[in-house]
Design a protein around this ligand. Structure first.
Ligand SMILES: [Zn+2]
Length: 145
């Protein structure tokens, strides 16, 4: 990473653009494995994500502003602020015990902080084709000047 961000332990604060929704999160693997996804939803959303176990996100403000979008099998739950529209986190279809957290809404973190971001093949989801792991379709690298 480009910045000295506290990694595996500790709580991170986060909020949407308008500040209406605030939350804290304990990340499952810190910032070690940032990912993007090419599924129909994520390719539009464009978020770089890290993971947190269900139960390790606490919404501390604006729960009434949080809205949820679901599609296809309706397993994944994409949570966003209904006022400013910013996506915060989603409960994963691949593993509903995990949330994917949008790094851009975490305090002091930018999606441009990472040297390499793996792109997962959510477009060809293993749960649509009999199981297995999500494939990696690309690794997006940044060469810092
Ligand atoms: Zn908002």
């Amino acid at each position: 990473m480009d910045k000295d961000i506290e990694t595996t332990t500790g709580l991170h604060g986060g909020q949407c653009h308008c500040g209406g929704v605030k939350f804290s999160v304990k990340l499952a693997e810190g910032f070690d494995k940032p990912v993007r996804c090419n599924c129909t939803m994520c390719r539009m959303k464009g978020a770089v994500m890290v993971f947190a176990e269900v139960g390790s996100i606490a919404v501390t403000e604006g729960e009434d502003l949080l809205s949820t979008y679901q599609f296809h099998t309706n397993v994944a739950k994409h949570h966003f602020c209904s006022r400013c529209g910013i996506h915060l986190f989603h409960q994963r279809r691949f593993d509903p015990n995990l949330y994917g957290v949008n790094v851009a809404v975490l305090d002091g973190v930018s999606p441009f902080d990472f040297d390499e971001v793996v792109v997962l093949d959510g477009a060809n989801h293993p749960k649509d084709s009999g199981g297995g792991e999500l494939k990696v379709v690309a690794k997006v690298r940044v060469d810092w000047l």
